[in-house]
Structure formats: structure tokens, C-alpha cells
Design a protein around this ligand. Structure first.
Ligand code: FES
Ligand code: FES
Length: 218
């Protein structure tokens, strides 16, 4: 994967120059169509895809749920899980922990990042059955005893990290894993730690500033 800090969708050079101006109207129509079809496809995944896994695949015929005990945010949660069910789906749709976001659903964007035994992990690419007794932490687990924000969350707000906010829980959970392992990272180390978290709003500098501010307060 390219470093999201330095990768811009237009850097290939395609779609630039005079030809774009000539084709402006048709491109606009094309983009409108893509957005419309993408919205329909995206919603149909969640409406009709069931909770078999992370994609629109249906559970395999005859697949049966098994009762598992998961340690999530310090609590043991008992939950019935299909063989092909991903952790993201279990967290969101069975345990109600919707702070973990689903976006690409294929291990490319980092929106679904949680921390498992101290390691930032894509929950959309992790089978719940493989988690076992490991400690899972989600954005909900950062809340203080009186509902106060975690210092990392506050640093993200102070540096205006969230724009639309969709990638923010994943960015924060990657930061949690980073700062627990390395409380005083360089900016390059922070960039590397968050390189698996894409931000469609392009707020990368804000997020890096947030990590460095959180590290100063750690
Ligand atoms: S939703 Fe998991 S990496 Fe994109
Ligand atoms: S703040 Fe919008 S995707 Fe990152």
C-alpha cells in the first residue's frame, strides 16, 4: 500500500490537461453515476448482506453459530458467531459497538482498526473465531470512568483531526497502539504507524499533529 501521506489520487497524471476540459460534462455525468451506484451497492451490502461476514457473501449453507466468549474492552462478552464472521461484524452488529467503522471491508483503509493484545488490527479482516482469549479494545473502551474523553481523543479534537470523522476511530486506535509501545515517537514513526489508516478528507497533517500532541501529554 502506498503511504497515504504522500499518495494523492491524481498523482498518476491521468485525467489532467486539455482533454479533461473537453470532457468535463461527460465526466460529471460519469461521476454522478458512480456515486449513485456506489451508494446503492454500499447500502445493499448492509441491508441485504446479513451478518455472515464482512461482505455481501451469505453464510455457507449449513453454517451454524457457535457461542464464544470474547474479551472486549475488559469485559467478557458471550456471543453466537458464524464460522465466517469477521470481528468488525461481531463488534458492530452483535455487540452494538458501532464506533468501529466499516468502509472498504477488505483490509485497505483502516477504518475498522481495533487493538488486539496491543497491536493495531483490521477487524474486517479478522475472523472472530480466531480472536480466542486475546484482549480486544475498541474506541468505546477509551472512555474514562465518568465518560470523559481519553487524552488521545482530546488531542485529536484540539488539532482538528476529524473532518467528516469516519476514519477517526481507526486513526485513534492506531495511535493508542503506537503510544503504548512507543510513548515518544518521532513524526516519521507516527506517520509509519498510521500509514494503514486512510483519510478521504486528507487530514493527514492534522492527524500527525494530533499524535505528536498526544505524545507530549503522555
Ligand atoms: S473496513 Fe477494514 S480496512 Fe477498510
Ligand atoms: S476525517 Fe473524513 S475520512 Fe478522515
Amino acid at each position: 500500500m502506498k503511504d497515504p501521506v504522500t499518495f494523492y489520487p491524481g498523482e498518476s497524471g491521468r485525467g489532467t490537461g486539455v482533454s479533461v476540459l473537453k470532457n468535463k460534462a461527460s465526466r460529471r455525468a460519469f461521476i454522478k453515476g458512480v456515486i449513485a451506484s456506489g451508494a446503492i451497492a454500499g447500502s445493499s451490502t448492509f441491508l441485504f448482506g446479513g451478518i455472515g461476514g464482512c461482505s455481501s457473501d451469505q453464510p455457507a449453507a449449513g453454517a451454524v453459530e457457535r457461542l464464544l466468549s470474547l474479551n472486549v474492552n475488559g469485559r467478557v462478552r458471550r456471543v453466537d458467531v458464524l464460522p465466517n464472521e469477521t470481528l468488525a461484524m461481531t463488534l458492530r452488529y452483535k455487540l452494538g459497538l458501532t464506533g468501529t467503522k466499516l468502509s472498504c471491508d477488505r483490509g485497505e483503509c483502516g477504518a475498522c482498526t481495533v487493538v488486539i493484545d496491543g497491536v493495531s488490527t483490521y477487524s474486517c479482516s479478522t475472523l472472530t473465531h480466531m480472536v480466542g482469549n486475546r484482549q480486544v479494545r475498541t474506541i468505546e473502551g477509551l472512555e474514562g470512568p465518568d465518560g470523559e474523553l481519553h487524552p488521545i481523543q482530546q488531542a485529536f479534537i484540539d488539532e482538528l483531526g476529524p473532518q467528516c470523522g469516519f476514519c477517526t476511530p481507526g486513526q485513534i486506535m492506531s495511535t493508542v497502539a503506537l503510544l503504548e509501545a512507543n510513548p515518544n515517537p518521532t513524526r516519521d514513526e507516527a506517520r509509519h504507524a498510521l500509514s494503514g489508516n486512510l483519510c478521504r478528507c486528507g487530514a493527514y497533517d492534522h492527524y500527525l499533529n494530533s499524535v505528536m500532541r498526544a505524545a507530549q501529554g503522555a
